[in-house]
Design a protein around this ligand. Structure first.
Ligand SMILES: [Zn+2]
Length: 240
C-alpha cells in the first residue's frame, strides 16, 4: 500500500520526493515548493489523489524545484571551526580563537575570545560578534544618511529574516537583518538609503526611486548584487 504521507514524482530524468499534509485551514489543494522540498497540502476532508495532482503539475513543480536546487548548491557550506572563512563587509575573514578579552574583527580574521568560545561555542560567539558589529555599522550609516536626507528615523532593531534585508515600520523603527553586515559597504549603504527613503515615501513609486537614486546613484547595481549574492550571506542552512 502506498504511503499516505509521502510519494515521489518521476519527471524527465528527475525523481522528486514530496510529502503530503492535511490542513484544517486549507480550502483548496495546493502544492508548496521551497528550498526544503515539495509538499502537497490538502484540505482535511479532501479525497483528491496527491499523486494525480503532482503529475498534473509536473512541469511547474520541476521548474520550481530546479531553481531551489541551484540555489541550494550555490550556498556555501561552512563549518564553525578555526580556519573557516565567513564574509564581513564584503571580504572573507578566517575564524581564529584567541586569548583576548573581547571578540573583535581584524583585517583578515574574526578574533574570537577563547573564554567565550569555551562557554558558548564558535557559532554563538561569532553570531554575537556579527550582531554587535552590525549594530555599530548600521547605526553609523543611518546617522550619516539621515542627516544627508533630512529624515528622522526611530530606533534600530536587528533581526534575522530569511527573505528580507530590512524594513521600516509606521513607528519609524528600522529593522535590519544582521547578516547584511556580510555585504560590501556600498550595498549596506543602499539598503540604509532605501529604508530611510521610506520615511518620506511609503511605497515603491517613481518618486521613491528618484529619492533613492539621489543618495545612491548606483542603486541598481546594488539591487542586482543583493539578488545575485543573497545566498552568500547565509550564516547557517536555516537561513536558506
Ligand atoms: Zn522598500
Amino acid at each position: 500500500m502506498p504511503n499516505e504521507n509521502a510519494g515521489s514524482l518521476r519527471v524527465f530524468d528527475e525523481t522528486i520526493d514530496y510529502e503530503v499534509r492535511r490542513s484544517e485551514d486549507a480550502t483548496q489543494p495546493r502544492i508548496d515548493v521551497d528550498i526544503h522540498g515539495v509538499a502537497v497540502v490538502l484540505p482535511a476532508e479532501s479525497d483528491i489523489d496527491p499523486q494525480e495532482l503532482v503529475e498534473d503539475n509536473a512541469r511547474w513543480i520541476l521548474k520550481q524545484w530546479r531553481q531551489y536546487q541551484d540555489h541550494r548548491e550555490q550556498a556555501p557550506s561552512r563549518r564553525f571551526e578555526p580556519g573557516e572563512t565567513f564574509l564581513y563587509r564584503g571580504d572573507d575573514r578566517q575564524i581564529e580563537v584567541k586569548d583576548v578579552d573581547k571578540s573583535h574583527v581584524e583585517p583578515e580574521t574574526f578574533a574570537l575570545a577563547a573564554d567565550a568560545v569555551e562557554e558558548e561555542g564558535i557559532q554563538d560567539t561569532l553570531e554575537s560578534l556579527y550582531r554587535r558589529k552590525a549594530r555599530l555599522v548600521f547605526k553609523s550609516r543611518i546617522d550619516h544618511y539621515a542627516d544627508e536626507m533630512s529624515v528622522e528615523p526611530g530606533k534600530l532593531e536587528l533581526r534575522n529574516q530569511r527573505t528580507r534585508w530590512a524594513s521600516c515600520s509606521p513607528q519609524r523603527t528600522l529593522s535590519f537583518n544582521w547578516r547584511l553586515v556580510m555585504a560590501p559597504d556600498d550595498v549596506i549603504d543602499y539598503v540604509v538609503v532605501h529604508e530611510l527613503a521610506h520615511l518620506r515615501e511609503k511605497n515603491h513609486t517613481r518618486r521613491f526611486w528618484n529619492l533613492v537614486q539621489k543618495h545612491d546613484p548606483k542603486y541598481e547595481e546594488h539591487v542586482d548584487w543583493l539578488t545575485e549574492n543573497s545566498v552568500q550571506l547565509i550564516f547557517t542552512e536555516d537561513d536558506l
